[in-house]
Design a binder for this molecule. Structure first.
Ligand SMILES: [Zn+2]
Ligand SMILES: [Zn+2]
Length: 394
């Protein structure tokens, strides 16, 4: 039960009334014959621009500093992120940094252990108002744009969230559609999609890199949250500008940051090295396999261990080689390119080859680990237990 004195009534009223207004407005819009296709397109464009304001702006730039960008881009990210009505960037980042520091603990503002709905929404109902900015997150408070957005949060957010889509939709004679569809409905849908990162991504999906916390990788949520669904990866490597690391992972936020970098509007994109990511994934798989092996007869465990160790040795050798080549490559990037161009190209080729060799050895280890794991599951379910081929016995 929530204590009445702790309730944040403006937030409660906003979060409960906005879906009602959005639904009633949408019904009226269709029933009155005001439907206009361009208004729908505007709603989608507004959903992406405000959603990316949160994911690329509030989250990956302001909270995690995973890239650098120029002030006009920062201003746009603040204006459009604010239009999601999730608080000012400064307030949002304080909560989010606390979430990373204290994940699944009492001090985690959206602690999933307090329940799905607490993590999704209810934590906001008792969220206290933030006090003076200077004492918290000084790196953020030093940014005049962050202070500007925090102080004028309400008028700026109202203007971008509602007045802007009304004004645009008025161009084709549908200002009320702009208000209800591209404004209110878009806002409610976007809010619940982004809230799902704190709720769904902490209880549904795969723990690919760590099982030490509740964060999970969930491709379906990534589809709705502009790429933020790969949340287990994000909690392990929060400084990486990507959440979906494979080229086919749906992560429009990553693509937007890359586009900004391509246009020279952003730079210093922080990216964790592939070998670091894969070794982390491997360590977790090894731990899970060891748990399964613990219940097997000694000779089975020894057989599996011998099988995997030789490949693991290759993986570490490949990782060392990769590290060495990478260091050489970065030294070359600082040298005079005219003199070192040929050597530079060769180093790049070697680096690519070493990375590919490393990935292949990891894939080989993973495939063996998967087969062994399956074998053990079969052996565990059969009452007769395991028998090994003669040459496999210790
Ligand atoms: Zn999280
Ligand atoms: Zn984060």
């Amino acid at each position: 039960m929530l204590e009445s004195k702790a309730l944040n009534w403006p937030t409660i009223l906003f979060l409960t009334l906005s879906p009602i207004v959005a639904l009633a407005g949408s019904i009226w819009w269709i029933a009155s014959g005001s439907f206009h296709f361009l208004t729908l397109l505007l709603a989608v464009a507004m959903a992406f621009s405000t959603g990316l304001g949160i994911t690329a702006g509030y989250h990956r730039y302001f909270a995690h500093r995973s890239f650098e960008t120029i002030w006009p881009v920062r201003l746009l990210l603040l204006l459009f992120g604010g239009a999601c009505f999730e608080g000012s960037a400064w307030e949002w980042c304080l909560d989010h940094r606390r979430h990373h520091r204290h994940i699944d603990e009492e001090n985690d503002p959206y602690n999933i252990k307090k329940g799905f709905w607490h993590a999704h929404l209810l934590w906001l109902f008792t969220r206290p108002a933030m006090d003076s900015g200077q004492r918290h997150a000084p790196d953020l408070w030093r940014d005049p744009l962050v202070r500007f957005q925090h102080r004028l949060y309400l008028p700026l957010s109202l203007a971008v969230s509602f007045i802007l889509p009304m004004a645009i939709a008025a161009l084709w004679g549908d200002p009320w559609g702009g208000l209800f569809i591209a404004g209110a409905l878009r806002l409610v849908v976007n809010q619940h999609f982004t809230f799902a990162i704190n709720s769904v991504c902490h209880c549904l999906g795969r723990q690919t890199y760590s099982d030490a916390h509740s964060a999970r990788d969930n491709w379906f949520t990534a589809l709705l949250t502009y790429g933020e669904g790969y949340h287990n990866f994000h909690h392990e490597f929060p400084g990486d500008y990507r959440n979906g690391i494979r080229f086919y992972h749906w992560d429009p936020t990553k693509w937007m940051i890359r586009c900004l970098a391509g246009l020279k509007l952003a730079g210093n994109l922080n990216r964790v090295q592939t070998e670091v990511i894969l070794l982390k994934k491997l360590a977790l798989q090894e731990k899970k396999l060891a748990e399964k092996l613990a219940g097997q007869p000694r000779h089975v465990a020894d057989f599996a261990d011998r099988l995997l160790q030789s490949t693991k040795h290759q993986i570490h050798r490949a990782a060392e080689k990769l590290k060495e080549l990478r260091a050489q490559y970065y030294t070359m990037t600082k040298q005079d390119h005219e003199l070192a161009r040929e050597k530079f190209r060769e180093a790049k080729r070697q680096l690519r080859q070493a990375l590919s060799e490393f990935q292949q050895t990891v894939a080989l280890w993973e495939s063996m680990a998967r087969r062994l794991s399956k074998l053990m599951e079969v052996a565990g379910s059969a009452s007769g237990g395991w028998t090994l081929p003669a040459e496999g016995r210790a």
